[in-house]
Design a protein around this ligand. Structure first.
Ligand code: CO
Length: 208
């Protein structure tokens, strides 16, 4: 890909948008009020807006390797804080994807240098669910299940944050765990039981 081509694409994109609505960029510059925060993987194949069929302005996005929400990660925590307390989103989605390179790397013993501490967060998910995962004999199925369990654990990490606890009490903010299946293009709702998760966490993580 030539970077110069990107500027040509941009010109075409502007023309397309203005052909539909000549006030498109005027409206866009007026501000944002997204309903949803999307936390996904940086993988180039898993675009946020495209796969959800939404337009610029509709979703606040955070992406990193393997859609992680480590509670000491200033970037992820700042995004959650801003989305919940300032943009007042009503939904937070953690979206993983099958065939995730980050999850794959965490299942192997290769020294990845600076990536080691990041991948360790995924290995911690494996440890938490070791019994279930090791009972799966098919390697691909095990890999896919770890992707799902990682999404579940990152949702729990979101739910533990003070911002989300407060927003749940004041406006019943919802946290969703989804997986994008690259093989079919399908978006799968893992249907995480928010109430059940909260009940199990409340006595340990509740902040007043
Ligand atoms: Co990935």
């Amino acid at each position: 890909m030539k970077t110069r081509q990107i500027f040509e694409n941009n010109k075409k994109w502007i023309a397309e948008k203005l052909a539909i609505d000549d006030k498109y960029f005027e409206k866009l510059s007026g501000g944002q009020s997204p309903e949803l925060l999307y936390i996904g993987c940086s993988d180039s194949r898993v675009t946020a807006e495209d796969l959800m069929g939404v337009e610029p302005g509709e979703v606040f996005v955070h992406r990193n390797i393997a859609n992680m929400v480590p509670n000491t990660d200033l970037s992820a925590m700042s995004v959650i804080n801003y989305a919940v307390e300032h943009l007042k989103v009503n939904h937070i989605v953690v979206c993983g994807h099958y065939y995730c390179g980050g999850v794959k790397a965490a299942m192997e013993s290769i020294d990845m240098g600076i990536l080691n501490p990041w991948l360790r967060n995924i290995r911690d998910v494996f440890r938490l669910h070791k019994k279930e995962l090791n009972a799966i004999k098919n390697e691909e199925e095990k890999y896919k299940r770890l992707v799902e369990l990682n999404v579940q654990e990152q949702c729990i990490s979101v739910i533990k944050t003070t911002e989300v606890q407060y927003a749940y009490r004041s406006r019943q903010i919802q946290v969703h765990g989804w997986v994008f299946d690259i093989h079919t293009g399908r978006l799968i709702d893992l249907k995480i039981d928010f109430q059940k998760v909260l009940q199990n966490l409340v006595d340990i993580y509740r902040i007043e």
